[in-house]
Ligand binder design. Structure first.
Ligand SMILES: *Cc1c(COP(=O)(O)O)cnc(C)c1O
Length: 406
């Protein structure tokens, strides 16, 4: 799987893309993050490390994931040809395993024996617990108690894999609160502990590192579409929580000017602050600011307090977005849209019944946007949408929401 590295969307040495990114952390974390950055740059171009990573992606996770032509959806919608990048078929059911495998190899290189992570929907927690079991490392996962309720099955899955799940009862009891606790743990135990962050977020070097590990998605998709169609796609679509599955798909296409890209955020119940997680939507309260180590777009009230967020999907329910997205939005390279809870729930059912694939509620936001725009495109245009995960984890929640209709 040799592919050329396209490198002009790199952050500077301080981890900034334009004005976004950086490293806003307490003093105690400055030196550990510098060490982590050095360790990461040492393996980034190391053939031995990259080979081991690719081998695990292949043999442990089952890559490459297929690029599937969604024929019935394409025909029913009567517009563009729609392809699904099947990250739902990766081990543990989402793209999260790509990053977890990359970072666990780095943690081992750094001699760390204890791994901590945060999780929203539970998918990153499961991926982290999985790679810790694979290498026999201690694993502690922080999770908001509201997310634990929504994703009870994933909590049990992590426990089965030998991880300790620590419930976080602060704030809205979701992802932001779990990240705070994980950072607190890291500050206290930084010598023994590796913090395996789950999205393209946080202080430098995490946004860069996570993006690199997820870029395998876009490299494969690029090869696969060239093989199937003999040309590049016209449009890429992916849901955006912290931004890792989307940047993973988008990044290897950034230099292809003909390829448009749309990131789809969680529109929640309404555009009212507190009822959604659409950070790029100014009308909904999106502003530039600093949260959890990085400068980016985030949802805050008029006093600069971080706003509560809401989404039907725990994995998109976060007040900020990865800094590389903020930069790519600022230069107009990527457009951002949002899909509401209702639209995602509808897309969840449409894809299930049209393609025989039950998507994650997160991925359903991307699908929802495709349902809106594919009919407006022509039959010779091509969309690739990232199916970031499978919907098994969401079936109970959806059953509750639909119970009146069944
Ligand atoms: C975690 C998750 C997301 C959102 O996170 P990103 O970092 O934005 O990719 C999307 N889809 C699934 C299935 C997830 O588990």
């Amino acid at each position: 799987m040799k592919t050329q590295q396209i490198n002009n969307f790199e952050p500077n040495e301080l981890g900034y893309w334009g004005e976004f990114g950086g490293r806003f952390v307490p003093e105690t974390l400055a030196a550990p993050l510098e060490k982590l950055t050095d360790a990461y740059f040492a393996v980034r171009d190391d053939a031995g490390f990259q080979d081991e990573f690719l081998q695990l992606l292949k043999d442990f996770s089952g890559r490459p994931t297929p690029l599937f032509y969604a024929k019935r959806s394409s025909e029913t919608l009567g517009g563009a040809k729609i392809y699904l990048k099947r990250e739902d078929l990766g081990h543990t059911g989402s793209h999260k395993i790509n990053n977890a495998l990359g970072q666990i190899l780095l943690a081992r290189k750094m001699g760390k024996k204890r791994i901590i992570a945060e999780t929203g929907a539970g998918q990153h927690g499961v991926a982290t617990a999985t790679v810790c079991a694979l290498f026999g490392l201690e694993c502690v996962v922080y999770m908001g108690t509201e997310d634990m309720r929504r994703q009870a099955l994933n909590v049990f899955r992590m426990q089965l894999l030998g991880a300790e799940v620590r419930g976080v009862d602060a704030g809205a009891k979701t992802l932001k609160d779990a990240i705070n606790e994980a950072l607190r743990d890291w500050v206290t135990n930084v010598d023994s502990t590796y913090y395996l962050l789950g999205s393209a977020l946080g202080p430098h070097p995490y946004p860069l590192m996570v993006r690199d590990f997820q870029a395998v998605i876009g490299r494969e998709a690029r090869e696969q579409i060239l093989e199937k169609e003999g040309r590049l796609p016209d449009l890429l679509v992916a849901c955006v929580g912290g931004g890792s599955n989307s940047i993973g798909l988008f990044h290897p296409f950034l230099n292809d000017e003909t390829v448009k890209m749309i990131g789809v955020e969680a529109g929640g119940k309404s555009e009212k602050l507190g009822e959604h997680a659409a950070r790029f939507n100014k009308a909904g309260g999106g502003k530039i600011g600093v949260l959890q180590g990085t400068k980016s777009w985030l949802l805050q009230d008029e006093n600069g307090q971080i706003a509560l967020t809401h989404s039907i999907s725990a994995g998109l329910d976060y007040a900020s977005v990865g800094p590389e997205h903020a930069y790519l939005q600022s230069i107009g390279r990527i457009d951002y849209a949002f899909a509401t809870d209702d639209e995602a729930l509808e897309a969840f059912q449409v894809l299930s019944q049209t393609e025989g694939i039950i998507p994650a509620l997160e991925s359903s936001h991307g699908i929802a946007h495709v349902l809106k725009i594919a009919p407006k495109m022509s039959a010779d245009e091509i969309i690739i949408v990232n199916l970031s995960g499978r919907g098994d984890k969401d079936v109970n929640q959806v059953q509750e929401m639909l119970s009146e209709n069944f």
